[in-house]
Design a protein around this ligand. Sequence first.
Ligand SMILES: Cc1cc2nc3c(=O)[nH]c(=O)nc-3n(C[C@H](O)[C@H](O)[C@H](O)COP(=O)(O)OP(=O)(O)OC[C@H]3O[C@@H](n4cnc5c(N)ncnc54)[C@H](O)[C@@H]3O)c2cc1C
Ligand code: FES
Ligand code: FES
Length: 503
Amino acid sequence: MRETIRFFLGDRLVTLDDVAPDRTLLDWLRHEGRTGTKEGCNEGDCGACMVIVARRRSSSEISGAEGEASRGRAMPSGVSLRAVNACIQLLPMLDGAAVFTIEDVGSAEALHPVQQAMIALNGAQCGFCTPGFVMSMVAYRNADTRSDDDAAIDSALAGNLCRCTGYAPIVRAMKQALAAPDSSFEERIRTLDDRLAALEDRADVEIETAQGNVFLPASAESLAHWLVAYPQTLIVAGATDVGLWVTKAMRSLPRVAFIGQCADLATIEETEDGLRIGAAVTYEAARAALARILPDFGVLIGRIGSTPIRNSATLCGNIANGSPIGDGPPALIAAGATLHLRRGETRRSLPLEQYFLAYGKQDRREGEFVEAVSVPRQKEETFYRSYKISKRFDQDISAVLAAFALCRDDSGRITEARLAFGGMAATPCRAPRAEQALLGQLWNETTLEAARDALAEDFTPLSDMRASAWYRQTVAANLLTRFYEESQGETMRLAKAGSLTHV
Ligand SMILES: Cc1cc2nc3c(=O)[nH]c(=O)nc-3n(C[C@H](O)[C@H](O)[C@H](O)COP(=O)(O)OP(=O)(O)OC[C@H]3O[C@@H](n4cnc5c(N)ncnc54)[C@H](O)[C@@H]3O)c2cc1C
Ligand code: FES
Ligand code: FES
């Protein structure tokens, strides 16, 4: 058992033995004098607080990156650099990592190639947003997925907002910086693997402070025992929900187990049936593997938050929080996912939809935690789609999320139908009446109409600031029509006409 957290701030090793569970990285950095990192929204939206967190790659990341490499991209080094929002990272989560701020990447005498390009091409605009942009750009320059494709750059920078001038000069600067040779920053990164390896002692960490208790289990086993002993412990994975409880709801967190360091929860297992994704696997780490078995969900993941949010947010956290407007649950329910829960040595599994009992109430017992989610490979004859409707394309919460999977037999009759929605009820859920209207029928316009009508009986959605009840009901039925059209081979025609985007 260790009683400190240890991480590198730039090249300096930091050891802390008095760290409150709810201290944010941003707050700590600014107290350390790293004031180049700014506070804007304090909720993960604007990117003013962007820093780079470097870690040794987990096995799940290596297998994902190998998939990328086999499609012609560079093989990864042993360390990944990820842009993250310091405002909603809680300080204990940094154990074992290296954190880099704007002060680390270049200096007035020797600018980083990204900084040079930002100045040369007028991308450096206001002093509040520019450091955050630079950090996202440096991370992207060092990402396995880097390319000078406009859409890929837009996606990498979707977590950085500018309200004054615009993004075009920044994108031009990114392209110029991608072509530049390595700087001294990148040379330092090459030696990081050994330094990070030296911090890996696989020990549980427990720190008691006047503000609360921190527990960092090194394994699922340690977590399981801890939660049986202290069932009131709050579990934190990526903190992209919990961080806001601290910064916006001003909650204090008296006892927290941070699960990011549980090596056996950070794995993606490829089984005969599909994938088993552990509770510490982030959306970004799971994306390539999920896209291989559910290509449409892979596209949808690109619309969950932004790159820095997906670098921290876990798939299982998106489920465990029980939100009725989370994007992952409906997409996974339609795919037939199974949730795995554990309490001590007792494990149980249930169809994902059964986990959501009522608004704010999930089927999770005292001392129990989500260990993993299994996502099955779809049958060859399954037609699967997921659609996100939100006011903005990037970085927005869904008004409605619809995901559908349909199987037909040789005669064209529907043998399986899974229609799942978010934003339509108090929990993510299936549409039983609409599914019933489909089963055993031929998949034609008459059946579609019957299912559209049945949807109106399945749901009585609410009106809120994202959408009215009428809008939600109408869009849900229209998405079913879109699904029908796409299943008839309309995708190609609409895509060619330029009218099909992933909304
Ligand atoms: C700027 C921003 C944009 C966002 N955009 C989207 C979006 O587009 N779509 C979307 O769906 N969400 C979005 N979110 C919400 C959030 O990112 C997701 O819900 C995310 O997947 C949560 O995962 P996490 O690991 O960060 O969870 P955490 O914040 O660590 O935890 C969330 C909840 O789950 C519990 N929990 C976590 N892991 C476990 C476990 N293993 N067992 C039991 N309980 C557990 C925690 O106790 C907590 O109650 C956004 C958030 C932000 C800040
Ligand atoms: S301060 Fe806006 S994302 Fe952190
Ligand atoms: S760069 Fe700050 S608002 Fe545009």
